[in-house]
Design a protein around this ligand. Structure first.
Ligand SMILES: [Zn+2]
Length: 330
């Protein structure tokens, strides 16, 4: 930083950034004497004659340097090497260096952040400082977790109840665990339009998936969304859902429970550990003739007897066989 008096700079932040970089590189430190919306005054921390004063340009948003005495006198800290204890080595000081990269790749590794700081300032920073820098950059780009979480309802908003009139009389319900910072469960009820497009009807965030949560959620669907007779409910075999399906309003002729075949086949595969058997069961559930279903079950029994017991425990064939479905899921 040579003679800078009268120099114009875009903003106070840009000026401070330049001063900080200079001081880190030179291994000297400054202190802020005054800093407000219109003026900035910096002095040498060790008390030599180095000083910089800047003011907001009254005719624009830029700042100009009104006074600059740009040479420190014997103020270099310790050795020539910049140490991690340098007061201007703060995470906020590095954010500008990594902001673009964090914006492009929020999962950027801390080791990469450390390397970027090293390339820019020629110094090694601790893992903790690099980690803090990354967190602050993420915060400045994306806001807080609380901000993101509060946006969730808006993303899930849909003209749901009115639109159900134009959908099939079918509702798929599912609970999805949220991972990470928030440990809630998202309960959703979706319908399907005539083009097989997904149509969100209702959702709720609950503390955990349990009978009480499902009973309340389904009661809300019954009260606010639909009381249509002969509704088909598709779900997995989660115990909380199975228990609430016993309630009269979810029993025939009011509602017909069918199992999500994707979940069913996946669970079958996990229990049996046999992909060929899963394919066989997959073909069986899709058969449209009773005799073909029986043939499929027989082949499964020949291949693995326990598999047939497993299927038997799932429940009535109407729950999983399209041939015995009564055309409720179509
Ligand atoms: Zn000095």
């Amino acid at each position: 930083m040579g003679s800078l008096k009268g120099y114009d700079i875009d903003s106070k932040d840009a000026l401070l950034e330049a001063v900080r970089v200079y001081h880190i590189h030179s291994n000297v430190e400054y202190r802020i004497e005054t800093s407000n919306q219109t003026s900035l005054s910096l002095k040498c921390k060790k008390g030599c004659s180095w000083k910089l004063r800047a003011r907001l340009n009254p005719y624009s948003t830029s700042w100009f340097i009104s006074k600059y005495n740009g040479k420190h006198e014997n103020c270099v800290l310790g050795s020539d090497t910049v140490s991690a204890g340098h007061i201007h080595l703060t995470s906020s000081g590095f954010i500008n260096v990594i902001r673009n990269c964090v914006s492009k790749d929020p999962l950027i590794k801390v080791s990469v952040v450390r390397q970027m700081v090293k390339d820019r300032f020629g110094i090694e920073v601790t893992y903790k400082l690099a980690w803090c820098t990354k967190q602050q950059a993420l915060l400045s780009i994306y806001g807080t977790r609380e901000d993101s979480y509060s946006l969730l309802p808006r993303f899930l908003k849909a003209p749901s109840i009115e639109g159900l009139k134009f959908c099939k009389p079918l509702i798929a319900i599912e609970g999805k665990h949220l991972y990470g910072y928030y440990c809630h469960t998202l309960l959703t009820a979706i319908a399907q339009d005539v083009d097989k497009g997904i149509f969100l009807l209702a959702f709720s965030l609950v503390e955990k998936e349990c009978i009480t949560a499902w009973s309340w959620f389904k009661a809300c669907i019954h009260k606010h969304v639909t009381q249509k007779m002969g509704l088909c409910i598709i779900s997995d075999r989660y115990a909380g859902i199975l228990a609430t399906m016993e309630e009269t309003k979810w029993q025939p002729p009011y509602a017909h429970h069918r199992l999500c075949l994707r979940h069913l086949l996946s669970n079958f595969n996990r229990a049996m550990g046999n992909v060929q058997l899963k394919k066989l069961f997959g073909r069986t559930v899709e058969q449209r003739q009773h005799v073909k279903v029986v043939e499929g079950l027989r082949a499964i029994r020949v291949a693995k007897r326990e598999a047939l017991f497993w299927i038997d425990e799932v429940g009535d064939m109407s729950m999983w066989s399209l041939c015995h479905d009564g055309d409720h899921r179509v």
